[in-house]
Ligand binder design. Sequence first.
Ligand code: SAH
Length: 343
Amino acid sequence: MNLQKITEILATEPAYRLKQVKRAVFVDLISNWSQVTNLALALREKLNAECSLVIDGQLVQGQADNNVQKAILILADGLKIETVLMRHKTGRQTVCVSSQVGCALACAFCATGQNGFKRNLSADEIVEQVLFFQRVLKKENCRVNNVVFMGMGEPLLNYDAVLAAIKTINDPLALGIGMRHISVSTVGIIENIKKLAAEDLQINLALSLHAPNDELRSKIMPINKKFALNEVLKVMDFYASQTNRRVMLEYIMIKDFNDQPEQAQELVGLIKKSFKAENQKLVFVNLIVYNPTGIFKPATDSVIKEFHDYLMQEGIDATIRFRFGNDINAACGQLVYGKNNLD
Ligand code: SAH
């Protein structure tokens, strides 16, 4: 799909045409222009020739987890990306989109980074991931209602495309998903968090924190050597002040690495030191059950619970995110470019 091209082709048409066409693509979910019968035949043919709506992808169905579906999409240049649909018991449908092919950050716990970086995705390639699942869900009379930028890649290292994709995902004439139902997760690219705060978008921002001090964080996240933790948290505090939105701190629980009472204490201290008192109520910690991808072991359930309870007792809001999509390698940090499924 090439939204820009579609807009250019329709430039000579009356303005309402673009609206009709967006509706056809994003609401009626057509995959062939011949379905838009209110367009002249020649225009339909031109659009089919120059702006194909085919999304080349394949669904991978989990067995134990029917509530998670992974799709592998094949891009125009043959590269593959993965995208995940999570069906929550509450009836919400969340799509977890990738923002890059691979990832340059090489976090020690994450499978995506271990394969290196190929390229940024375009805004349309990001939007297509949501569209792909919107088409799947249409058959069940359902729609995507949440989008999280938590798939492959670092969204804030592909800022312009991610921002443009967010706008299309939110556009009432396109996917119409509310800003408050869109979340971006980042390792903490300081300049771009500042930029994002200035956009005044009302989206949710999550920081992949994973450790309560620089020494520990640098061991698992090489990017920490570039952006020190206190600077990153300062800018998260700024984001909270600017937007008054809740900010999520993601913390993967790794056995005997960052899961001890000592680290829980340090984390509480870090949050209290980094966020202004009035912003502390906007902060919540999401403790993530580590999906094994290599060298580390997951923390035990009882240790995670203790860690969680300690944070709560200290007045820091915390939740535990359980495994989702483990059996099809669709869980956090397990996405690689189609490696284990199509090659
Ligand atoms: N680069 C961004 C976007 C990816 S989000 C970021 O790091 O925030 C993917 C989320 O899954 C991040 O919080 C990441 O730290 C987490 N993750 C990565 N590997 C994981 C693993 N093996 N188990 C659980 N979570 C993991």
